[in-house]
Design a protein around this ligand. Structure first.
Ligand code: MG
Length: 154
């Protein structure tokens, strides 16, 4: 087995969609990014690449490449899964943002991830926290995500 960890942060700005795990969440602000800015999927991609010691999202999908402008991060994750042949035992994630409340969206995000990763929802955990009003994330100016994945290396 191999374990991997991933982290990402994006600024939240007006005029952008808020996309988490491939699910669009209704909110007045969204992730500033070259791609669609899906902070959760970016953390998951880094956890998988990290588990396999295969670099990070930036080395596979350079932000300087116009091809990835407004890219759908679901496709990037799908591509990573296909290219690495990663077999996920379980995936545990945490999204950190002050607003909006994510509790009602968690099941939909797990469902979305299970379809992209082609694994049962019971192997996926999505937790939502706030930063208790500390720092930029706690002020509502950013969203962060952490991911830890365990892969079957056989
Ligand atoms: Mg990112």
């Amino acid at each position: 087995m191999r374990i991997g960890q991933g982290y990402d942060i994006h600024r939240l700005i007006e005029g952008r969609r808020l996309v988490l795990g491939g699910v669009e969440i209704p909110y007045e602000k969204g992730e500033e990014a070259h791609s669609d800015g899906d902070v959760l999927i970016h953390a998951i991609i880094d956890s998988i690449l990290g588990a396999l010691s295969k670099g990070d999202i930036g080395s596979h999908f350079p932000p300087s490449d116009e091809k990835y402008k407004n890219a759908d991060s679901r496709m990037l994750l799908y591509q990573v899964m296909k290219e690495t042949g990663a077999r996920i035992i379980n995936l545990d994630t945490t999204i950190i943002m002050e607003r909006p409340k994510l509790r009602e969206h968690v099941d939909g995000i797990i469902d979305s991830l299970s379809r992209i990763l082609d694994i049962e929802p019971s192997r996926i955990s999505v937790k939502a926290k706030t930063k208790e009003k500390c720092d930029a994330t706690g002020s509502g100016d950013a969203v962060e995500a952490h991911a830890i994945v365990l892969l079957d290396n056989n």
